[in-house]
Design a binder for this molecule. Sequence first.
Ligand code: ADP
Ligand code: MG
Length: 347
Amino acid sequence: MRPEEGEALDEFEIIARFFAPLAADGPGRTAYGLRDDAALLQPPSGQALVVSTDTIVETVHFLPEDPPESIGWKALAVNLSDLAAKAATPFAYLLDLSLPVDRRSPSRAPAWLEAFTDGLKALQQMSGIGLVGGDTTATPGPLTISITALGLAPEGSTLPRSGAQAGDRLYLTGTIGDAFLGLQLLRQPGRAQSWQLDQEDVAFLIERYRRPMPRNALTPALRAYARATIDISDGFAADLEKLCRASKTGTSIDAADIPLSPAAQKALRAEPSLLASLLSGGDDYEILAAIPPEHGHAFAATAAESAVSVTPLATLDDRRSRISLCDADGRELAFHNKGYTHFPPTE
Ligand code: ADP
Ligand code: MG
């Protein structure tokens, strides 16, 4: 997919050819075909805008060899996950793309851009969000994709991390640790053998790293029953701690209760010391929600109607200093880092 000399496009051609077809033009969202200075948004009356932004950078959040279609998908998915965490309905997004100035960079090729926009389009169609603008620039650095997502939520229906109360039950969507394993397998394919994974397991785990599925389908269940929510992006242990600290609550979770996929269970059986890494590796894009105990069953039933699997984990208490994850023998798990951090303290 390396562009031949002269084949790389300028930003106006890129916008017109690849992004204009994704432009939202319809009720409440006017993008003017991405040919104007700004877009016009008109949220329906009674709805508030919920806004979030996330950047993904080559080699930090995705690998240069990742299929461009999955890079487009992931850039939008990580933003939709933040909207899912706040039970906001996807509405519109802006795309800021910094492409390497080097014409030989694969991402300067029309075929790369086409596949990249296919990934955006697939998730855009699935979620109902529409592209309303952005910026396209050259960078001497790595390929960088920044998306700002706007969602709609009924006015007054907030779901802050700080809303949980002692006695609430914690529920988690999906499974944890798959993306961590997928990334390790991409970096060191030989691990498949030591973890006794078959081809299907490997493909599943890599897919979980490359194409996270944002849990926007959970929005009705969260709106109806949740008191506080967070999306698990940096690492389960770190994000659990953030929700507990914001809510001034504590909890103790038996690691055996944390849902793992069959592939992750196999890897863990082969290498039990992986447990802490699965729970802190990040890139899960699952939702952790605090639900009042009397609504637990109704929440799980509503989530099931939306085809999102949820697992009850533990109860929150008012001992804020106590946020622990324990192994089968009740010993507290030791973490090197509870989650991903871009600026780790020097060793
Ligand atoms: P300006 O110079 O006024 O900032 P630009 O040339 O940067 O205009 O952008 C022209 C139009 O194309 C604007 O509507 C902008 O929102 C849109 N646009 C530019 N880059 C992107 C992109 N990567 N994705 C979506 N829309 C884009
Ligand atoms: Mg601009």
